[in-house]
Design a protein around this ligand. Structure first.
Ligand SMILES: Cc1ncc(COP(=O)(O)O)c(C=O)c1O
Ligand SMILES: [Zn+2]
Length: 411
C-alpha cells in the first residue's frame, strides 16, 4: 500500500544507511540503528513558504506530510514568537539575544510540533489509538491532538509528575496511566506494549511513529531562520531530554542551506541539561562518545530522561559545530526562571530555566561570543511547573488592609 508522505521517500538508518519503505517502523533490521525520514525535496522557495499559514504547515513541503495536511483536524502549532531579548542580553553581556518562546503553542510546549506530524502518520497508517511515553508535556500534547483528530488516546507517564501536567493530560479525555517508575521504565514498558496484541493499531508517537514525530522539531530551525530574516543564528542553546529536538534543529538548518534558502554560515549548537539528569553533559565533558545512563533527580522533570536515545548524536553535533553541552543545578534553574521572567516578561517552565541557566553559565565563563546572534529556546510554560516557585516568591510582596496608610507602611 502506498502512503502519501509528501517529500519523504523512505526511512533510512542513521547508523548504516539501509533504506526501508515508509511504514510504522523505527529500528533498522540490519543494525538496530534508529530510522529517520529521508527526502527528495522539490524546488522550495522562500515565497512559497511565506505565503503559507502562520503555523508549521507553512513548511509542509519540507516535512513527511501530504500537501493537504492543513485541511485535516489538527492543532496547527508553531509560528511562535522569536522575542528580541534586549534586557536579558544586557544582563548577560550579549549584544544580540533572542528567546524562541514555544510556550505559545496550543498545549504550551514545543511538543505540539512533533505530535502534529505523528497524528498525520497515525491517520495514514490507520491507527485508532494515539499513545506515548511522556515526561509530562508530550502526554498533554497527545491527548489534545487525539481529541481534535477524533482518535482514542492512552498515554503513559511516571506517576510522580507535576499536578498541572497530570491535569492537562487528563482534561482532553482518553486514558492517562501513571507508572510507578522513571521515564526510562515507562519507555521500556511502552516498547513491550507495542509487541503485544493490547497495543495493536496503536500509534506510539515517540516509538513506532518516532521517525515522523521527530521531524516536527525541524520546524523550530525553519522558523528561527525565517524570523531572523532568512539567516541562521550564530549560537543556539537547546534543552536535551532524549536529544531528538537538538538533532532535528541541526538537520533543519542543514536542509535550509542545502536548498539555498539561507546562506551557509557557521552556527554553534549548545545543549542544556539539568545537573540532576546530565548524562550527555557528563559524556561531553569527559570526552566520551557514548552516554552512560543515569537515574534522574531534578525539578526539571520534563528533561528527566536518564538514557537519552539521541545522546551520541548530540555529542557529535556539539563537537562538530564548536558548541558544548553544559548543565545547571536546581537552584540555578529556579534563578534562571526568575531572571527570564523579570527581564523579558516570559514565564518559562523548568526546561526553560535549564536553557537560560546554561546560557548564563556559558556567557559568564566566556564560552559564548558576546557579539554573535544568539537564540535560547524556551520550550514550555511556567504555569505547568509552579512548584518550582516557592517560599516568598510564591506569596504577595505584602498583604495589607485596603488603606493608603497600610500601603505606605508596607512599601
Ligand atoms: C519542555 C520540554 N523541552 C524540551 C524537551 C526535550 O525534548 P527531546 O526529548 O527532544 O530532547 C522536552 C521533552 O520532553 C520538554 O518537555
Ligand atoms: Zn542500520
Amino acid at each position: 500500500m502506498s502512503h502519501d508522505f509528501g517529500p519523504a521517500v523512505a526511512l533510512s538508518c542513521r547508523e548504516c544507511g539501509a533504506r526501508y519503505p515508509l511504514g510504522p517502523s523505527f529500528a533498522c533490521l540490519e543494525c538496530f540503528g534508529p530510522l529517520e525520514a529521508a527526502y527528495e525535496f522539490g524546488n522550495v522557495t522562500r515565497a512559497d513558504i511565506e505565503s503559507g499559514p502562520a503555523n508549521i504547515w507553512r513548511y509542509r513541503s519540507l516535512l513527511p506530510v501530504p500537501a493537504d495536511v492543513a485541511t485535516k483536524p489538527n492543532m496547527n502549532p508553531g509560528w511562535t514568537k522569536l522575542v528580541k531579548a534586549g534586557n536579558l542580553g544586557q544582563a548577560l553581556g550579549l549584544k544580540s539575544l533572542y528567546v524562541k518562546d514555544d510556550s505559545g503553542n496550543p498545549t504550551h510546549s514545543f511538543k505540539d510540533r512533533v505530535v502534529a506530524i505523528a497524528v498525520e502518520a497515525a491517520r495514514t497508517f490507520g491507527f485508532h489509538t494515539l499513545s506515548c511515553s511522556s515526561t509530562g508535556n508530550l502526554a498533554g500534547a497527545v491527548t489534545a491532538a487525539a481529541a481534535r483528530a477524533g482518535l482514542d488516546a492512552c498515554v503513559f507517564i511516571p506517576a510522580n509528575l507535576e499536578a498541572a501536567k497530570i491535569a492537562m493530560a487528563r482534561v482532553f479525555g482518553g486514558k492517562l496511566i501513571g507508572i510507578e517508575g522513571t521515564y526510562d521504565e515507562v519507555n521500556r514498558f511502552c516498547s513491550e506494549l507495542i509487541g503485544d496484541p493490547l497495543g495493536d493499531k496503536w500509534g506510539f508517537v515517540n516509538v513506532n511513529l518516532r521517525p515522523y514525530y521527530a521531524e516536527g522539531s525541524k520546524t523550530l530551525a525553519y522558523e528561527i531562520a525565517e524570523q531572523l530574516g532568512w539567516r541562521l543564528p550564530e549560537q543556539i542553546i537547546i534543552p536535551i531530554a532524549s536529544g531528538s529536538q537538538l538533532t532535528k534543529i541541526d538537520k533543519g538548518f542543514k536542509e535550509l542551506v542545502a536548498l539555498g534558502l539561507v546562506e551557509d554560515t557557521p552556527y554553534k549548537i549548545f545543549g542544556a541539561q539539568a545537573a540532576g539528569c546530565s548524562p550527555v553533559s557528563t559524556a561531553y565533558k569527559a570526552g566520551h562518545d557514548v552516554v552512560q545512563p543515569v537515574k534522574p533527580d531534578t525539578i526539571a522533570k520534563s528533561l528527566a530522561i536518564g538514557n537519552p536515545a539521541d545522546g551520541p548524536y548530540v555529542l557529535d553535533i556539539a563537537r562538530r559545530t564548536g558548541g558544548a553541552v553544559e548543565d545547571v543545578t536546581d537552584p540555578e534553574i529556579v534563578a534562571a526562571i526568575k531572571l527570564l521572567a523579570s527581564t523579558e516578561g516570559i514565564f518559562a517552565e523548568t526546561a526553560g530555566g535549564v536553557t537560560v541557566g546554561v546560557l548564563k553559565k556559558l556567557a559568564e565563563s566566556g564560552r559564548l561570543d558576546p557579539e554573535a546572534e544568539t537564540v535560547v529556546l524556551n520550550t514550555g510554560d511556567g504555569l505547568k511547573t509552579l512548584d518550582a516557585i516557592t517560599g516568598d516568591d510564591a506569596k504577595p510582596t505584602a498583604v495589607i488592609r485596603p488603606s493608603l496608610d497600610a500601603f505606605r507602611a508596607a512599601v
